[in-house]
Design a binder for this molecule. Structure first.
Ligand SMILES: Nc1ncnc2c1ncn2[C@@H]1O[C@H](COP(=O)(O)OP(=O)(O)OP(=O)(O)O)[C@@H](O)[C@H]1O
Ligand SMILES: [Mg+2]
Length: 167
């Protein structure tokens, strides 16, 4: 059984539905890292996850506010970060991301492949690639580390419900 799932989406709403399917599994201290080029849909994905978690503010790109907390309706606060530039990684660490994770928040980190080794060995990794059409994207989702691996059977079933398949 492969651990990577792939789902193709045909617009932001479909990408956000995939993100929403993950919310039921989110726990305090979790880190979701988002990869993919500029404009792939990392922020759009975060918006879908946030909305499903009951965030009533509109989640915007954290480019200028590098680490933004949002209250959710699921318990832990959502921390949204963007570490496109490497110095931003230092800054989000200085802004207290590790401590806030320990205190019970969870994080969604754009360009998180860069951040993961420094922040969390245990992440849910989502990579968004462009597809053929303007609104086509391919999302690859995989657990990295024991805590997401332990939840993977349930997460996998939920993702299958929004069109994800093993490849
Ligand atoms: N299938 C899709 N999934 C996600 N976004 C899509 C899709 N199709 C079109 N889009 C559009 O692509 C854009 C994605 O922008 P977004 O800001 O989410 O990208 P990003 O990966 O966060 O970019 P950046 O690296 O600049 O932060 C949005 O305008 C969104 O509406
Ligand atoms: Mg973005």
């Amino acid at each position: 059984m492969t651990d990577e799932l792939v789902v193709e989406t045909d617009g932001p709403a479909a990408t956000q539905a995939v993100a929403a399917a993950l919310v039921a599994f989110i726990a305090a201290g979790d880190v979701v890292i988002l990869g993919g080029d500029l404009g792939a849909g990392k922020t759009a994905f975060t918006q879908g996850l946030a909305r499903a978690a009951g965030v009533d503010e509109v989640v915007t790109s954290p480019t200028f506010t590098l680490l933004r907390p949002y209250r959710t309706a699921i318990g832990p606060d959502l921390l949204h970060a963007d570490v496109y530039r490497l110095e931003q990684l230092r800054e989000v660490v200085d802004l207290g991301l590790p401590e806030q994770l320990e205190d019970g928040a969870f994080a969604v980190i754009e360009w998180g492949e860069r951040a993961a080794p420094a922040l969390a060995p245990d992440v849910l990794a989502v990579t968004i690639d462009f597809g053929a059409g303007d609104n086509d994207r391919r999302l690859r989702i995989r657990p990295e580390g024991p805590s997401w691996a332990a939840r993977w059977p349930q997460v996998r079933a939920a993702l299958a419900g929004v069109g994800a398949v093993a490849r």
